[in-house]
Design a protein around this ligand. Structure first.
Ligand code: HDL
Ligand code: ZN
Length: 418
């Protein structure tokens, strides 16, 4: 007769496995070293993360334009003063910066930003890159690659990716969200379009997508979309999706990732921190997943109010994989709520989290904070399981956690996992 495993030991096993299983981080804004200055890292980038800029502009007396007119070190000083010294840094984004510093072995007790800056000034970025991947337990990240950005485009055209820790994703927001501005930008890329989106334009855009899929070998195509996203849609977005994007993804055998619910620029003066959130129409996913059964869709929705219906929709469509606690949802209270809901409705056929890291160092805090919540939720579920007499073995827990931290994504993308 197998001895029942005590719930405490289940919790210990789950905690250890979640903390030590390497992660594939399926959506970030990080760049490998070949992208030079596009890779952001260090204390001043951490402190001027747009999440913190939104928070400091709420509490400090400076007008946004004056804030933006300051240099980055002065902006970081301002954030440190108003969000860390003059009030306790208890928000998730503030705590995150401190988690990074603590993990690096720095004593934040003295609250000495000068000493922290001197530590970072002495770092070699290549060695620091290795340190961050090691401390965060991430084995590889998927970048957000924008071929419509001339700076990034030039780097892709100059050579190949050599760091296997960085995988590509082909991000096509300008194409789908700003067609009116695209013809001159496309012509600069050798994609001769008139703008009328007739057959010739659509064929040219399709060729461009195929060209960039071949060049960067993306894990998926991706776009962020407003809450008002509709499909079918007689406008440019609907026609480009139907005639170019979905066929290109299908023939390249890669998923299409839709990140829906962002209202861009609700307060333009906040610039990168200007975006808001809105509830999307879940029936769009019903129609897309049903109409394109040979396409695979990765979806994350930005509104908390969309989450339950998104789980139910995923139960209906095996070609839909939901992922992450995106942006304004990437907070312990909401990660807990969403992860419980997902495991209860979808079992292990979900990707609970991505980091969305924009600054390299953030991998450390975003994954430490998320692993803590995931371990707690998963342990509860295994304890519930054990109460039925079904004792989860160590090997089963390792298998499951490996799936949740990358394996499910790998299989969904059609790649066997090693
Ligand atoms: O569109 C996106 O991929 C978002 O993640 C935005 O980049 C956003 O600014 C962000 O960084 N959220 O975490
Ligand atoms: Zn993102």
């Amino acid at each position: 007769m197998r001895q029942p495993v005590k719930s405490e030991s289940i919790r210990e096993i789950v905690e250890h496995v979640v903390q030590t299983t390497p992660v594939l981080d399926m959506h970030t804004h990080l760049y490998s070293r070949r992208f030079g200055g596009l890779l952001l890292w260090g204390i001043d980038e951490l402190l001027t993360y747009h999440y913190l800029i939104a928070e400091v502009l709420r509490v400090a007396p400076m007008a946004p334009d004056r804030f933006w007119a300051m240099g980055q070190p002065a902006q970081a000083d301002y954030v440190w003063k108003h969000l860390f010294l003059e009030r306790s840094p208890i928000s998730e984004a503030c705590r995150g910066a401190l988690t990074v510093l603590h993990a690096l072995g720095l004593d934040v007790g003295p609250r000495d930003l000068g000493a922290i800056r001197r530590h970072f000034a002495g770092l070699d970025v290549d060695a620091y890159l290795d340190t961050v991947f090691e401390l965060s337990g991430v084995h590889s990240v998927v970048m957000t690659n924008d071929p419509f950005d001339p700076t990034e485009r030039a780097i892709w055209l100059a050579g190949e990716e050599t760091d296997p820790r960085f995988q590509a994703a082909l991000r096509i927001d300008p194409l789908l969200n700003d067609w009116a501005q695209m013809p001159p930008r496309l012509r600069e890329m050798g994609c001769a379009v008139s703008g009328d989106l007739g057959a010739a334009d659509l064929a040219a855009v399709r060729r461009l997508l195929d060209e960039w899929i071949e060049r960067i070998e993306p894990r998926y195509l991706a776009v962020s979309l407003p809450p008002t996203f509709a499909f079918p849609d007689p406008g440019p977005r609907g026609r480009l999706l139907k005639q170019c994007v979905l066929p290109a993804a299908r023939e390249a055998n890669i998923p299409f990732a839709m990140m829906i619910g962002v209202t861009r620029g609700v307060n333009p003066g906040h610039r990168l921190a200007a975006d808001g959130v809105g509830k999307a129409d879940i029936t769009v996913l019903h129609r897309l997943c049903a109409a394109y059964p040979d396409n695979r869709f990765l979806v994350t929705l930005l509104s908390r109010e969309n989450q339950h219906e998104l789980c139910v929709t995923a139960r209906k469509f095996p070609n839909l994989l939901i992922f992450g606690c995106w942006w304004f949802l990437n907070n312990p209270s909401l990660i807990d709520e969403m992860t419980r809901q997902r495991l209860e409705l979808l079992g292990l056929s979900v990707m609970p989290q991505h980091s969305d890291a924009r600054v390299l160092d953030q991998l450390i805090y975003k994954w430490r904070h998320s692993r803590a919540v995931l371990a707690r939720v998963l342990a509860d579920k295994y304890v519930d399981l054990a109460a039925t007499g079904w004792q989860p073995t160590d090997a089963e827990i390792r298998r499951d956690v490996g799936d949740l931290l990358g394996g499910v994504f790998e299989r969904f993308c059609g790649r066997s996992i090693a």
